[in-house]
Ligand binder design. Structure first.
Ligand code: C6P
Length: 406
C-alpha cells in the first residue's frame, strides 16, 4: 500500500470545489470531515436499490437492507477490535452515545456524593450529560486540572480517583487544543481502582487505529461524520457485561421482544439500545467508510498528518502576533491560535475569501476558553487529504489578514 495525499484527495468530491475563485483548502475536518466517494456511492446505491426498514420485513428488500445494516456493524466490530456485535450500538453520534451511558449506566448506579471524574479539556458533550446526571442523583462532578500547555497529567487524574469515583470520562484527543491524552495509562489507573471508563474518541477515530480491548476501556464513543461517513451516525462501544446490565434508554420499536399493557420484555443486545427506525443509509455509509480506512496505509496517512501539523506549527510560528493555544508535546492534527488585533471570526471570514475553511469560536469547549482567558480561537484542523501547500496558503492568508486589520 502506498499513500499520496494528492491522489487520495481526488476521491473526495467536495475537495474539488472552488470558493471565491480559489481552490478550496478544507481545514475544518475536526468539525466534520469530507465524504469519501465510496461512502457517497454506498449511500446512493442503498437509496436507489435496497431501501426498506430493517429487522422487520420478510420481503427481499427488507432482508437486503438488514444485511447491509448488520454488515456495517460487523465491520465496526473488527475496526474497533470489539468482541462481538452485541458490543456495538449505533447512535446519532458521540453526543447521543455519551447521553446514553450517562442515563442508562450512570444514573441508576449513582448515589448522593458519588463522583464522576472528567478533565478540564472536554467538549461540552462530555461535560453536560454528566452534569445532568449529577443534578438527577446528587452526585458530584470532579474535574482533573489542565496545565498551561493544555496537557492532562496522569498523576493529577490519579490524585482525584477516590473511593467515591464511579466513572472516569475523558477525551482521547481534545478538539479545542489537539492534545492527545495518555489514555492507556489513564484507563489502567481507573481500572485498578474499580472505576468505569468512557473515552470520547470523536477526534481520534479518523487519525489513528483504536483497539478497545487493548485500551481496556469500558465504553468508547465516536461520530461517523468525523471519519468520512454521513452525519447522524455514531457508535457506542460498550463491554458486553455492562451493556447487558443496563436498562434500555429509549423505548419503542425494535428494542422489545413482547409488549402488552401490563408488561414489556426487552430485546437483547444490541437492539435493546436501538429503539425506532435507525439511520439505515447513514450506517451503511459508515460501513463503507470503515472499508475505505481499512484499505488505507493508516501508518503512512498518520505520518502525513503529523507532517502537516509540524509544518503548520513551524509556518504559523513565524507570524508576528500569532499565539498558539494548546502546545502539548503530543498533539494530533489541529492548531488552535489567536492573532493579535484580529478577532478569530474576522480571521475566519478573511480566510474564507481566500477559499480557506477554518473554524472560529469556542469549539464547544467553553471551560478551555475560560482557562486561557479568551472568548474564542481560530482552529485549522487537518485530515490526510490536506497538503503542505494548503498550509502555506493558510500562513499567507493569515499574514494578509494581519495587514488588513492593522
Ligand atoms: N466537535 C468540533 O468542531 P457530535 O456533535 O455528537 O458529532 O460530536 C460531539 C463531540 C464530542 N467530543 C469531541 C471531542 C468533539 O470534538 C465533538 C464534536 C466538533 O470540534 C463540533 S463542536
Amino acid at each position: 500500500m502506498t499513500f499520496s495525499a494528492s491522489e487520495i484527495r481526488q476521491e473526495f468530491p467536495a475537495l474539488a470545489r472552488v470558493i471565491h475563485g480559489k481552490p478550496l483548502a478544507y481545514l475544518d475536518s475536526g468539525a466534520s470531515a469530507q465524504r469519501h466517494i465510496s461512502v457517497i456511492e454506498a449511500v446512493n446505491d442503498y437509496e436507489r436499490n435496497y431501501h426498506a426498514n430493517v429487522h422487520r420485513g420478510v420481503h427481499t428488500l427488507s432482508e437486503e437492507a438488514t444485511a447491509l445494516y448488520e454488515g456495517a456493524r460487523a465491520r465496526i466490530v473488527k475496526f474497533l477490535g470489539a468482541k462481538s456485535s452485541r458490543e456495538i450500538i449505533f447512535t446519532r453520534g458521540t453526543t447521543e452515545a455519551i447521553n446514553l451511558v450517562a442515563q442508562s449506566y450512570a444514573r441508576p448506579l449513582l448515589k448522593i456524593n458519588d463522583e464522576i471524574l472528567i478533565t478540564h479539556l472536554e467538549h461540552h458533550a462530555n461535560i453536560v450529560p454528566w452534569q445532568m446526571v449529577c443534578e438527577q442523583t446528587g452526585a458530584k462532578l470532579v474535574v482533573v486540572p489542565m496545565d498551561s500547555q493544555g496537557e492532562i497529567h496522569l498523576e493529577a487524574a490519579i490524585a482525584l480517583m477516590g473511593s467515591r469515583t464511579r466513572m472516569f470520562a475523558c477525551a482521547h484527543v481534545s478538539n479545542a487544543l489537539g492534545t492527545v491524552l495518555p489514555i492507556q495509562k489513564l484507563v489502567e489507573a481507573a481500572k485498578a481502582r474499580g472505576i468505569t471508563t468512557l473515552i470520547d474518541g470523536a477526534q481520534a477515530i479518523a487519525h489513528f487505529p483504536v483497539n478497545v480491548q487493548a485500551l481496556g476501556c469500558d465504553f468508547y464513543v465516536f461520530s461517523g461524520h468525523k471519519m468520512f461517513a454521513p452525519t447522524g451516525t455514531g457508535v457506542l462501544y460498550g463491554r458486553e457485561a455492562l451493556l447487558e446490565s443496563m436498562p434500555p434508554w429509549q423505548g419503542g420499536g425494535d428494542m422489545i421482544l413482547t409488549v402488552s399493557f401490563t408488561k414489556t420484555t426487552y430485546n437483547g443486545l444490541p437492539n435493546k439500545f436501538e429503539a425506532g427506525t435507525p439511520n439505515i443509509s447513514g450506517v451503511i455509509g459508515l460501513g463503507a467508510a470503515v472499508d475505505f480506512l481499512n484499505g488505507l496505509d493508516r501508518a503512512a496517512a498518520h505520518a502525513h498528518e503529523t507532517a502537516l501539523l509540524d509544518h503548520a506549527t513551524d509556518r504559523l510560528r513565524k507570524i508576528p502576533g500569532l499565539e498558539f493555544i494548546g502546545t502539548a508535546t503530543n498533539k494530533a492534527s489541529l492548531v488552535s491560535f489567536l492573532v493579535k488585533g484580529v478577532h478569530p471570526h474576522d480571521l475566519g471570514t478573511v480566510l474564507n475569501d481566500e477559499g480557506i475553511a477554518i473554524r472560529a469560536g469556542h469549539h464547544c469547549a467553553m471551560p478551555v476558553m475560560e482557562y486561557f482567558k479568551v472568548p474564542a480561537t481560530a482552529r485549522a484542523s487537518f485530515a490526510f487529504y490536506n497538503t503542505l501547500e494548503e498550509i502555506d496558503r493558510l500562513g499567507g492568508a493569515i499574514e494578509h489578514a494581519v495587514k488588513i486589520f492593522s
